[in-house]
Ligand binder design. Structure first.
Ligand SMILES: Cc1ncc(COP(=O)(O)O)c(C=O)c1O
Length: 433
């Protein structure tokens, strides 16, 4: 949360001069962008104290995590939900539940958080990057076929920033070829595709409740699915392989291999409390994001993220735009971000190209990968690992975080006003850069 001065134009742009002047006095000629994150009050305090005093701190003894799974699954319209220690472990459970292992190839976008690729590498599977669609910031589903081989067993479609694109095409593509579709919805709580919650459309979906996320318990995650067999495997995997239901085949209780990926009762209780705020916060973000887009799209050289018509609800975890220095007298993006910061608006340049991370080269040259895939396949991987659109996207992106969208409508006007001001001063700023 940052305090910044109200400009004169900003004051006049409101619902009338007198009202704006009153507001300015009330704010002591200052405005804040966004809200302190996370929001909490007695509800969260009592929820946490309740767990503390119960003495039942783990899910094996308590009931909060099970209640969270019931409520979160119901909120999304998913038949099954298993809570996990974080979003990464929800994805690891997903990979094991759909049986991804050495020799398998997994498609994914290069414009995503590093966890999306790490969970493929943990399985010793081969990550295959599909270039980005710059306007939407999402995977370019038109390029799925070109990157698919007989070894392709899954697609991880990331709903980056809370939006999604081309999901009809990717669902059809995967269905026709027997490829599993895992929705990485770690940034997309309450996001929708054609009226259905994202995470519930593919074979399974994963969510993160890490501190920056729109639903937060510091750390935490969940996997949702409508497929009971997949759920049984994910459930077992998240609890060291213990079967959800004891059958004659699982007399010992161990149904499969697994790990301990369980969420604690404290996190379960905190999430139940935070969930009571989620819909209201989401609506505020939507209203503010719409206003911000209305203002910013009028500014030459600023291209707000295009939302696919099938994306009926964006979770707005990130507000993303593409910045064109040509419309700002050649001022590089770093200079633009610095100038924004000087106006009290914090933005970031977002991701760097994940497919070109040096650590990937190291992993793919390791003795395990050479043994599994052979030199010829790995050489071809390097030759084909080109995502030119994504390289451009990583250079032109500007992000604002979800907490900035929780502010008052006039704060969105202020952001646009700051961008206009920088554009006017751009020749001078570019000379100094
Ligand atoms: C797209 C994406 N996938 C996976 C993750 C991993 O989630 P976590 O940090 O909860 O492990 C994140 C978290 O930032 C994410 O943004």
């Amino acid at each position: 949360m940052r305090r910044i001065p109200l400009s004169r134009r900003m004051l006049l742009a409101g619902a009338g001069v007198a009202m704006a002047a009153r507001r300015a006095r009330a704010f002591n000629r200052e405005i804040k962008i966004g809200r302190a994150w996370p929001e909490y009050d007695r509800t969260e305090e009592e929820a946490l104290l309740g767990v503390l005093r119960s003495g039942k701190w783990g899910r094996i003894d308590g009931s909060r995590v099970a209640e969270l799974e019931r409520q979160y699954g119901a909120l999304l319209g998913a038949r099954h939900c298993v809570a996990t220690a974080n979003g990464t472990s929800a994805l690891i459970a997903a990979m094991n539940a759909i049986d991804i292992g050495p020799g398998d190839e997994v498609l994914l976008p290069p414009y995503t958080f590093v966890a999306s690729v790490n969970i493929i590498l943990i399985q010793h599977a081969l990550p295959v990057f599909v270039d980005s669609d710059r306007p939407t910031f999402q995977i370019d589903v038109r390029q799925l076929a070109a990157r698919t081989t007989p070894q392709t067993k899954a697609l991880i479609q990331v709903h980056l920033g809370g939006a999604t694109a081309g999901l009809d095409a990717s669902l059809k593509f995967c269905r026709e070829r027997g490829i599993k579709l895992v929705e990485d919805a770690c940034q997309a709580h309450l996001g929708e595709w054609r009226g259905k919650k994202v995470g519930t459309l593919g074979d399974c979906g994963t969510f993160s409740f890490q501190a920056s996320k729109n639903l937060n318990s510091g750390e935490g995650g969940a996997l949702v699915t409508n497929d009971e067999a997949l759920f049984d495997r994910a459930w077992a995997f998240h609890g060291n392989g213990r079967a959800r239901r004891i059958t004659s085949a699982t007399l010992s209780g161990w149904a499969m291999n697994g790990a301990n990926l369980r969420l604690t009762e404290f996190q379960g209780a905190l999430l139940l409390a935070q969930m009571t705020r989620l819909e209201r916060q989401s609506q505020t973000r939507e209203t503010n994001a719409a206003a911000l887009t209305k203002y910013l799209k009028e500014i030459p050289g600023i291209h707000p993220q295009v939302i696919d018509e099938g994306c009926t609800r964006n979770a707005w975890h990130l507000y993303m735009l593409r910045y064109d220095p040509a419309a700002f007298a050649g001022l590089p993006r770093a200079g633009f971000l610095k100038a924004l910061q000087a106006e009290g608006v914090s933005g970031s340049g977002g991701y760097t190209p994940l497919n070109r991370e040096p650590f990937l080269r190291d992993v793919l040259q390791s003795r395990h990968y050479r043994k599994i895939y052979g030199d010829a396949r790995l050489r071809r991987w390097h030759e084909e690992n080109q995502c030119p659109q994504n390289d451009r996207l990583c250079e032109e992106a500007v992000w604002f975080t979800q907490d900035m969208l929780l502010g008052e409508p006039r704060e969105m006007e202020y952001i646009a006003e700051a961008v206009r001001k920088i554009q006017k001063k751009a020749p001078e700023l570019a000379r100094q850069a």
